[in-house]
Design a protein around this ligand. Structure first.
Ligand code: ATP
Length: 369
């Protein structure tokens, strides 16, 4: 499919005198066409190596890489296209714009090396600068731009050659927190408008969740889970993924039985509750269940009581603007809850909480270490 990157069984090891590191351990992944795939994972999990192999800056040991339907790397077939023939644009953190050139010079460069006629270069640069909202900045020296504007120049330079796919490696990590947030939003808007395929590497979870159409979570050179941001944040049953992304309350539980194919009744410190659970476990199985802090709702006592309602005592409380962050003691367990509740709360208060069965999930015992 046009604009799609497909990586199959990719292996990459780095060997030095002291050791051999398996940076990519049989990775198979493809980008959704015209969508943003984010590679997310802790430092050293292989994100950059995967991106560099796709870009042609690193040579894998085995496997295959296809971009836009064309095999760009495959050892067995003897194919190894250089980066400039892979139809990619790159925005890397270290791939900074050239300070001695103007904005125009920076953006025009990829077309000049391809010997595109001058009048066409002018038209294409103008179009792409318009897109990143830098029209009128053509003659500005690159150093006389803000960090966010420099990042937009880098994006314009990546876009000008009309690549099939754009590769981003931590493109916002040099920006301060506030600018990073606004540039992230802009970037997301540009990419959606362009309907271009992109692979975006980050170790920042919020960045991954907000920018991605799909996320592939990596660990130790492997992809451990793939899904939409909502799937990854709210519906994962992989202990590593749940722990790595955001905050979660983990509770020990015992399975009593199933209510339907996807929901089980468990006994845990919150009481007897219904949660989403992997299929086919036997009664009595020891499980770990989790809830996100945002999953709790403060409710009035209902009669008859509704599912997954319990009472707790606030043991510590932080007012964090849009919500309270409360530590709540329930049945001997401590849970962290973000409570959107407008009546004032105080430490020591008793609160009634409810959690929807979809936002209370059992981890897959087969994936626990
Ligand atoms: P980070 O978020 O810190 O950039 P990453 O997920 O991008 O990490 P990689 O840079 O891909 O991780 O590294 C994966 C593994 O390969 C790490 O153990 C790293 O030390 C190793 N590695 C990467 N490049 C080289 C190299 N040129 N020589 C030796 N080992 C390398």
């Amino acid at each position: 499919m046009e604009g799609m990157v497909s990586v199959t069984n990719l292996v990459k090891t780095f060997t030095s005198k002291q050791e051999t590191v398996t940076a990519l351990d049989n990775v198979t992944v493809s980008t959704p066409p015209n969508r943003i795939l984010t590679l997310l994972g802790p430092s050293g999990c292989g994100k950059t190596t995967l991106l560099r192999c796709i870009a042609g800056l690193e040579s894998p040991d085995s496997g295959e890489i296809v971009i836009g339907g064309e095999v760009v790397w495959c050892k067995e077939k003897g194919i190894s296209l250089p980066p400039e023939r892979r139809g990619i644009g790159m925005v890397f953190q270290s791939y900074a714009i050239w300070p001695h050139m103007t904005v125009f010079g920076n953006v025009a460069y990829p077309l000049e090396v391809r010997k595109v006629p001058k009048h066409e270069i002018e038209q294409r640069v103008a179009k792409v600068l318009d897109l990143v909202q830098l029209s009128g900045f053509q003659n500005r020296p690159a150093t006389k731009l803000s960090g966010g504007q420099q990042q937009r120049v880098a994006l314009a330079r990546a876009l000008v050659a009309e690549p099939k796919v754009i590769l981003f490696d931590e493109p916002l990590s040099n920006l301060d927190a506030k600018l990073r947030e606004s540039t992230r939003q802009e970037l997301r808007d540009f990419l959606s408008e362009l309907a271009i395929s992109a692979i975006y590497v980050t170790h920042d979870q919020v960045e991954a969740l907000t920018i991605a159409d799909e996320i592939a979570v990596m660990r130790n050179g492997r992809i451990v889970e793939r899904g939409t941001p909502q799937d990854i944040y709210l519906r994962s049953n992989d202990p590593f993924v749940v722990d790595f992304i955001g905050r979660a309350n983990f509770l020990e539980a015992t399975l009593k039985g199933y209510q339907d194919e996807h929901h089980a009744v468990v006994e845990c410190p919150l009481g007897t509750i219904v949660c989403s659970a992997p299929k086919g476990l036997s009664s009595g199985t020891k499980l770990t269940i989790y809830t996100r802090p945002e999953s709790f709702e403060v409710v009035e006592e209902s009669s008859p009581p509704v599912e997954n309602e319990f009472e707790g005592t606030i043991t510590s409380l932080l007012f964090a603007g849009e919500a309270y962050e409360a530590e709540i003691s329930i049945g001997g367990a401590q849970v962290l809850a973000k409570l959107k509740f407008h009546a004032p709360l105080t430490k020591g208060d008793k609160v009634r909480l409810q959690v929807n069965r979809e936002w209370c999930r059992a981890l897959d015992p087969a994936k626990e270490d």
